[in-house]
Design a protein around this ligand. Structure first.
Ligand SMILES: CCC(=O)SCCNC(=O)CCNC(=O)[C@H](O)C(C)(C)COP(=O)(O)OP(=O)(O)OC[C@H]1O[C@@H](n2cnc3c(N)ncnc32)[C@H](O)[C@@H]1OP(=O)(O)O
Length: 299
């Protein structure tokens, strides 16, 4: 019995490991040494990445390092990866809101860590970790929203592009400040920005390190809405905003996000095949049968 349990747990661990390997971009075949870069990043402490999962199927991730305008320390990069793993295993989840503590989003990577990891090899290794994590965030079967209050700078601007939607509050800004730091985005923010607003607009934002205010972001298609409420109400406003998109049973909501991911990321023929597979998971399912039995009309 003990051996059986042990073997089963090992199989589960293997499946989980393989699953993460599939969702991630980089592994040891790409020269990525995850353990080594995590060991290095663990030296840069401070702040936290907090996850709460609610009964209504919405989770919240709080980037929490307000004394440094929610900059990502090394330990926070490691924690973000752990929180995404947790969400990958949350089978009832439907939505995710990513926000920053104390009414500002995130000021990018912690400059103390940036200074200490100044050689290109370690810099690229840190990028691989963050690209893996943010790609996994983007591929979660949850509808995700970045709630941007205050500033989303550098890596903070990159983080918000990994969410499906961006809600900005009045006076907030998204700014790819990398060029002013002698850098380019490395957490996948340039590639994702081009998908969102096209290469001409992306080039302007990156080469001019332009401040993108809410109205401008809305026009560009970078933001999806501007929230006009008060500081203590923005989280619940974001929750209300996401609600119509996650209404109904989680398996259907998750299937919707999955067909979007495959349509976005795969070649047409592969995407069509994946879509058929996902369709098979909901066809004849409980929600489908209930809708048929009710004679649902769409007036
Ligand atoms: C992936 C690559 C990247 O992310 S490169 C981009 C890195 N980020 C930056 O360069 C942002 C640098 N910070 C700033 O421009 C300003 O601090 C901003 C965010 C505009 C806030 O200005 P302000 O409202 O005047 O506040 P402040 O400068 O007094 O900051 C408060 C305390 O927070 C700190 N802080 C801020 N950002 C970071 C950061 N990224 N890394 C480490 N610390 C940061 C400031 O140093 C300041 O700390 P202290 O109160 O002086 O101890």
């Amino acid at each position: 019995m003990g051996i059986f349990v042990c073997r089963n747990s090992l199989r589960m661990l293997n499946v989980r490991w393989l699953y993460h390997r599939c969702l991630s971009l980089y592994n040891s075949n790409h020269g990525f040494n995850e353990a080594k870069i995590k060991e290095k990043l663990a030296q840069f402490t401070g702040g936290s990445v907090d996850l709460s999962k609610m009964d209504n199927g919405i989770a919240e991730i709080c980037i929490n390092n307000p004394s440094r305008m929610n900059a990502f320390t090394g330990t926070m990069m490691i924690e973000l990866e752990e929180r995404i793993s947790d969400l990958e295993n949350w089978k009832n989840g439907k939505g995710l809101i990513v926000y920053g503590a104390e009414n500002t989003f995130c000021s990018g990577s912690d400059l103390n860590a940036v200074k200490a990891i100044s050689n290109p090899q370690e810099g690229m290794m840190m990028c691989m970790l963050m690209q893996n994590t943010l790609t996994r965030l983007q591929r979660l079967p949850l509808i995700s929203v970045a709630l941007i209050q205050g500033k989303a700078l550098g890596g903070g601007a990159e983080l918000c592009t990994a969410c499906d939607f961006r809600l900005m509050t009045e006076g907030s800004e998204i700014r790819f400040v990398h060029k002013q730091m002698g850098l380019v985005p490395g957490w996948g923010g340039a590639a994702r920005l081009i998908h969102l607003i096209g290469s001409r607009h992306a080039l302007k934002l990156l080469s001019g390190a332009l401040r993108v205010h809410p109205e401008n972001a809305l026009e560009l298609g970078l933001a999806d809405n501007i929230l006009l409420g008060t500081e203590d109400g923005f989280l619940s406003e974001a929750e209300n905003w996401i609600m119509p998109y996650i209404k109904g049973p989680s398996d259907v909501s998750r299937a919707v996000k999955k067909v979007i991911i495959s349509g976005r990321e795969q070649k047409l023929e592969d995407a069509l095949r994946t879509e058929k597979e996902i369709f098979g998971t909901v066809w004849g399912g409980l929600a489908n049968l209930q809708a048929l039995a009710k004679g649902t009309k769409h007036k």
